[in-house]
Write a protein that binds this ligand. Structure first.
Ligand SMILES: [Zn+2]
Ligand SMILES: [Zn+2]
Length: 386
């Protein structure tokens, strides 16, 4: 059944999108962005709740009817990327760009606020609007949770624009959507010596190169072939001159996966292989492992409630190996996260690339997603409370 589309005038929202795109700010530095959002909300007479956050905002609209409290979330930060697009509204801040399209997320949320402030009779409950800082650098969602911003919120809704999907489409499913993201660091401590006298030392370069190869066997030999897992070593450092064997070698990299049980397994094998190889070469090792984002995992009942209420074409998503800190909220409260098509051209530039272009038309779908999704969630949660 095709739902009737909500029609709202997006002229002001598109202008705001251009403003935010021209004035991008890095994670935890979104001071001007926060100020601008605040000014818009104040002009619209929408109430802003105290959060204790340095950047980011929580707004609230109470419906005319009672019901559950839900939150709609958009991230607001940009990246240290020099924009190379030919957009008329390209970044004015040198070396900083909305290369992940968070400008589209935050203005879609403003569009939903603009609609709901004039249609409070359509809200059966309360909607909180969360403009979250620092998604890119990590830690933004964690900061929000630590400040208890989501107290009493029963469900949370968010999206990421996706340039690989055509404008007008939404991709969502219950269960996994985006990967969990982990960082590892390994320091091998050997013993340096003259390049001509390797027998006098314990060469950490030999150990580190063995480790790089061995880490690749985790996916091929330990993980169920039907599960998607990526292990990438992205940085190696050892020595600084041609005729000296160094005493230390360092490497770091990332692991991406959808099933948290595989995180435990990868971590265990990474430690076993690294410590075993270091020992075999007479060296010691320090290993660091940290979780940067959990896998996005959509609640099945809520996802169905959202999908049932959407007017856009809905597809099954292609899972993304990229991470998103929306998953941090889903650890606390059930939530739904979707991809909203933002371009769809054949050779389109992807997230974080200097030529990334999310089209203005994305806003139509983004705003609808928030409005229709919020109504779907509230209808479902209120029914459950009965
Ligand atoms: Zn990003
Ligand atoms: Zn992003």
């Amino acid at each position: 059944m095709t739902k009737k589309k909500i029609v709202i005038d997006l002229k002001e929202i598109i202008e705001l999108r251009h403003y935010f795109h021209q004035h991008p700010e890095l994670s935890n530095n979104e001071f001007n962005t926060t100020k601008k959002i605040k000014a818009v909300l104040t002009a619209w007479e929408v109430s802003i709740l105290p959060t204790g956050l340095d950047t980011g905002i929580l707004a609230e609209i109470k419906g005319k009817q009672t019901g559950s409290i839900i939150a709609l979330r958009a991230d607001i930060d940009a990246l240290p990327v020099q924009e190379e697009t030919s957009l008329a509204f390209k970044s004015l801040n040198s070396g900083i760009m909305h290369a992940c399209g968070h400008d589209l997320h935050l203005t879609s949320l403003l569009g939903a606020i603009k609609y709901f402030k004039d249609n409070r009779d359509q809200i059966k409950g309360t909607i909180r609007f969360l403009f979250q800082p620092a998604e890119e650098a990590g830690g933004g969602a964690e900061q929000v949770i630590k400040k208890n911003v989501l107290k009493d919120v029963k469900a949370i809704l968010g999206f990421h624009n996706n340039p690989n999907l055509p404008v007008g489409t939404i991709a969502v499913q219950s269960g996994p959507m985006m990967a969990g993201c982990y960082k590892f660091e390994i320091t091998i401590k050997g013993q340096g010596s003259h390049g001509a006298k390797p027998e006098k030392g314990h060469d950490p370069i030999i150990a580190v190169t063995e480790i790089v190869g061995a880490l690749q066997t985790i996916v091929s030999r330990n993980i169920n072939p039907q599960d998607a897992v990526v292990i990438s070593v992205t940085n190696i450092n050892a020595g600084n001159v041609w005729n000296v064997i160094p005493s230390e070698a360092y490497l770091q990299g990332t692991v991406r996966l959808f099933d948290e049980k595989n995180a435990k397994l990868v971590r265990q094998r990474l430690f076993e292989l690294t410590e075993g190889i270091a020992k075999a070469f007479g060296q010691s090792v320090e290993i660091g492992w940290s979780e940067r984002a959990l896998p996005i995992n959509n609640d099945s009942n809520l996802t169905q409630a959202v999908i049932n209420n959407l007017s856009s074409t809905v597809h099954k998503p292609l899972l993304s190996m990229a991470g998103e800190d929306f998953a941090t909220y889903q650890k606390k409260i059930p939530g739904v996260f979707a991809f909203v098509g933002s371009n769809g051209a054949p050779d389109v530039a992807d997230w974080h690339e200097p030529n990334f272009v999310g089209l203005d038309e994305t806003l139509t779908t983004g705003v609808d997603y928030f409005i229709e999704g919020a109504k779907g969630l509230l209808a479902y949660l209120n029914e459950e409370m009965k």
